[in-house]
Write a protein that binds this ligand. Structure first.
Ligand SMILES: C[S@@+](CC[C@H](N)C(=O)[O-])C[C@H]1O[C@@H](n2cnc3c(N)ncnc32)[C@H](O)[C@@H]1O
Ligand SMILES: *[C@@H]1O[C@H](CO)[C@@H](O)[C@H](O)[C@H]1NC(C)=O
Ligand SMILES: *[C@@H]1O[C@H](CO)[C@@H](O)[C@H](O)[C@H]1NC(C)=O
Length: 304
């Protein structure tokens, strides 16, 4: 027992002394907005075709692989819906959700916009199948699902009033190409809505902790070097002809941590249980952009 305490204390001292060297993020890509070869990254975007994901999309239990996305869902839906009302207020909208996966957000948007036409696109054919089956079972009839890469969207120019990419941008190797497609299919006056993960020491540590140490997220789900800072999102929007919202209108999403929840997380890790439940319970919208953040860009109206 005493030996354990001594070892833990020594390790803590070493980490404190060398912290900067140990936690220094390795050299990141020079320009996140240029094409990043897939061979240089560790992300595995094929996992969305695997059984555990295909069956996990609508698994609502706390141990579900998608519990994080389900926990974020009401917050991102409400942020997006308020912007839709504010900027493209109307019924019969064309709303396109790119990288829709199993349709967690797509269905939520379809339900609150019953007279709109929702299109869900994803490169994973198995996920699209799951999404379409679920919508049918749930009697949601205003969604069209199709298999499509984000880099080549099978929709005409100026088709969409609203384009959504939720938890997708940080998976892409060619952001500029994907966002050019977004800009092309948006109508003038249309809106692009997104949430993504910021790149900083906190998010690097979060990925190491969740994917490599407590392993509640499958390894290869993220590559922190593909994360995107708010500044990069603004540059990216300008590059493809959209106007980004100012940083002051971006919003963060994080769990409402209390002393009690920290204690629960700590105790469940110590006793070898999955702390996921405590980490993601009660996600709320706030002004902290260091983790997952929400934002939007507008396609300018044509001036007559
Ligand atoms: C974290 S999931 C998010 C799913 C969904 N938007 C949600 O929030 O519930 C990322 C999704 O992006 C899709 N994806 C990754 N790269 C893509 C690409 N190049 N084109 C289309 N979809 C892609 C994956 O198949 C996966 O379904
Ligand atoms: C949206 O349109 C409806 C009816 O046309 C109107 O009552 C409502 O005030 C509008 N909302 C906004 C935010 O402009
Ligand atoms: C609904 O969206 C699909 C594309 O997913 C499109 O083919 C169809 O024409 C749209 N319907 C309307 C009424 O705009």
């Amino acid at each position: 027992m005493l030996k354990d305490i001594v070892i833990v204390t020594l390790v803590c001292i070493i980490i404190l002394l060398m912290g900067d060297k140990i936690f220094q993020p390795p050299q990141e890509f020079n320009d996140r907005l240029s094409v990043i070869p897939e061979s240089c990254t560790t992300i595995d975007n094929n996992m969305y075709n695997e059984k555990f994901f295909v069956e996990g999309w609508w698994d609502l239990s706390s141990k579900s692989i998608t519990s994080g996305l389900h926990a974020l869902n009401p917050v991102r839906r409400d942020y997006f819906q308020n912007l839709i009302r504010e900027h493209v207020n109307g019924s019969n909208l064309n709303i396109v959700d790119i990288g829709c996966g199993g349709g967690i957000l797509t269905e939520a948007l379809a339900i609150i916009n019953p007279s709109s036409n929702i299109t869900g696109l994803d490169q994973s054919s198995n996920s699209i199948q799951t999404a379409a089956d679920h919508a049918k079972q749930s009697n949601v009839n205003n969604i069209h699902y199709a298999v499509s890469s984000a880099y080549s969207i099978p929709l005409p120019d100026s088709f969409a009033d609203v384009v959504v990419m939720s938890d997708v941008l940080e998976h892409l190797h060619d952001l500029t190409l994907a966002m050019s497609e977004v800009s092309r299919i948006l109508k003038p006056g249309g809106i692009f809505l997104y949430d993504t993960i910021n790149r900083n020491r906190f998010t690097v540590a979060f990925i190491i902790f969740t994917e490599h140490i407590i392993k509640i997220i499958p390894r290869g789900a993220h590559d922190w070097r593909l994360f995107i800072t708010p500044d990069e999102m603004i540059k990216l929007s300008n590059k493809v002809g959209l106007s980004s919202c100012p940083p002051s209108e971006m919003r963060g999403m994080s769990p409402r941590l209390s002393l009690k929840s920290l204690e629960n997380i700590f105790m469940s890790i110590l006793s070898g249980n999955n702390p996921c439940n405590y980490i993601i319970s009660d996600i709320y919208e706030n002004g902290f952009l260091f983790g997952n953040y929400l934002g939007y860009s507008l396609k300018n109206k044509v001036r007559l």
